[in-house]
Design a protein around this ligand. Structure first.
Ligand SMILES: Cc1cc2nc3c(=O)[nH]c(=O)nc-3n(C[C@H](O)[C@H](O)[C@H](O)COP(=O)(O)OP(=O)(O)OC[C@H]3O[C@@H](n4cnc5c(N)ncnc54)[C@H](O)[C@@H]3O)c2cc1C
Length: 463
């Protein structure tokens, strides 16, 4: 098995639990009905759903490292839905489509649970809900507008909690107010992605690891060229997430690559019990650069913060794959949220690259209008369950289903912020809030264009 020296905590933990024999790399010329590039949640859910729909398809997946070594094996594991982005969805695609997408993102949470049950994937999934809070007055009311809109559209799962209930559930007096939805939770992200690898193989997907795509030649069939091999495929699915913009320059301005930094404690189950943190709910505050945390099944606390490091033009920085240099600040945040945990040792810190789109929503399309090459990325830190929907969309696109998910609003390519006047202000927020859009009248730079549309306003975006 080829591994970089550094492994983020979750991924190392998942590999340690495997009988880790590496999958082969591709050293040959082969054919496939579908070649998927990228072995994270998106690529794997697409492969799985294709095989579930048409078992006779020959589906090949190539991954440049180990499956799950990208965002899927290192994220916060907060299982969230697109409901808090309802206003953006509605502005971009209309109310009916927005409701459909929100409901699909909620259904994905249960579909992942059912799939894990069916394929015996022990991913420590706990559907214990999500709590979106404010930790200062500036964040207050961040959820109100979107919750009102969801209620009017009769698809609201979020309820306000009394401050005392918020503090009890969040285990911290730092939280002033909050909304709770039961349709969310947390998972061990790397156990999930590695479980999906095994499930995909059991369905007949052929997987090559340590096999980066070097070039892609258009045509029918299209050719995916690797270091020592080639896949001639009727259809190609590009599921490369943050790497899309470096390999396909047309997307260089469609996403910003934004870090999320994490720390995880050593087990401290008694202290978590004392704090009332026996549950697996995801807790996110409403800071501009959001803090989020969740517990683990073995009694650790993981805390993350988005937005410390940015890269533009598709550049992938080395520090996206290293221990976090912001670990001291994260430890300080941990102490502020939980003074009782101040002396608990930190087991590990790490960092990862998230693909922030201009709208804060994932987008899908055909690469350069090639009818047999589709892509999907831009999850903007909200991909753990949304990638299941990504798999529904991409598998539907591959199969050219007439009324399937391949026709949904998200299949619009990268939308500019100006697709709607309001979106230019604060699209893609997890908590679409007009109050916030009034606050930033200044001229926008390139960094602003990408980020104020997404993470800067995106309180609650976990990654
Ligand atoms: C640190 C961090 C924390 C996050 N926290 C959360 C969270 O708590 N909740 C949430 O919902 N979302 C979170 N996210 C977002 C979520 O992890 C992603 O949206 C999701 O994992 C995306 O899955 P993916 O399969 O599209 O991408 P990835 O998992 O990144 O998969 C893409 C794969 O493509 C491979 N690849 C790239 N180029 C090539 C090539 N040329 N040839 C072959 N293979 C290639 C990569 O190696 C990689 O394995 C977080 C993200 C990060 C980085």
């Amino acid at each position: 098995m080829t591994m970089s020296e550094f492994q983020p905590w979750w991924f190392a933990d998942a590999l340690a639990q495997e009988n880790a024999t590496s999958r082969p790399s591709l050293n040959d010329t082969i054919t496939a009905d579908v070649c998927i590039v990228g072995g994270g949640y998106t690529g794997l859910w697409t492969a799985i759903q294709l095989k579930q729909k048409q078992p006779e398809l020959k589906v090949v997946l190539i991954e440049k490292g180990l499956c799950g070594s990208g965002a899927s094996g290192r994220n916060g594991g907060c299982v969230l839905t697109l409901a808090p982005k309802f206003l953006t969805l509605k502005r971009l695609f209309g109310e009916a489509e927005a409701i459909k997408i929100v409901q699909a993102s909620e259904a994905a949470v249960y579909a992942i649970r059912d799939f894990c049950d069916q394929y015996q994937i022990e991913a420590q999934l706990r559907i214990d809900g999500a709590l979106y809070t404010s930790t200062n007055n500036a964040q207050s009311g961040a959820m109100d507008t979107v919750v009102d809109a969801l209620s009017r559209a009769r698809c609201n799962s979020w309820n306000p909690l009394a401050p005392s209930e918020v503090q009890k559930m969040a285990g911290s007096k730092r939280h002033l107010e909050g909304h709770f939805s039961p349709i969310a939770g947390s998972v061990h992200p790397a156990l999930l992605v590695r479980g999906l690898v095994r499930a995909a193989e059991s369905l007949g997907v052929i997987i090559y690891e340590n096999t980066p795509m070097r070039r892609l030649h258009y045509g029918q069939p299209a050719s995916v060229i690797t270091q020592n091999g080639k896949v001639s495929a009727g259809q190609v699915v590009l599921a490369m997430n943050a790497w899309m913009a470096s390999q396909f320059r047309q997307f260089a301005r469609s996403i910003a690559i934004v870090s999320s930094d994490m720390i995880i404690t050593e087990p401290c189950p008694e202290l978590l019990d004392e704090l009332g943190l026996q549950h697996g709910a995801a807790v996110c505050d409403s800071r501009i650069f959001v803090h989020y945390y969740r517990t683990t099944c073995d009694g650790r606390l993981m805390l993350g913060k988005g937005g410390n490091t940015f890269a533009f033009g598709g550049k992938m920085r080395a520090e996206f794959d290293q221990p976090s240099r912001y670990a001291p600040q994260l430890k300080q945040s941990l102490r502020e949220f939980f003074p009782r945990l101040a002396s608990v040792p930190i087991a590990s810190s790490w960092n990862g690259a998230s693909d922030r789109s201009v709208t804060g929503l994932p987008f899908f399309g055909l690469l350069d209008n090639q009818p047999n090459i589709c892509y999907g990325f831009g999850y903007s830190g909200n991909g753990v369950s949304t990638c299941y929907l990504g798999g529904q969309i991409l598998s539907s696109m591959v199969l050219k289903e007439k009324d399937g998910w391949g026709q949904c609003g998200l299949v619009s390519g990268p939308l500019p912020a100006r697709a709607n006047p309001l979106v230019g202000q604060y699209a893609g927020t997890q908590r679409d809030s007009p109050q916030r859009s009034l606050r930033r009248p200044r001229k926008k730079t390139e960094r602003d264009r990408l980020l104020f549309g997404t993470i800067c306003s995106g309180s609650g975006e976990s990654g």
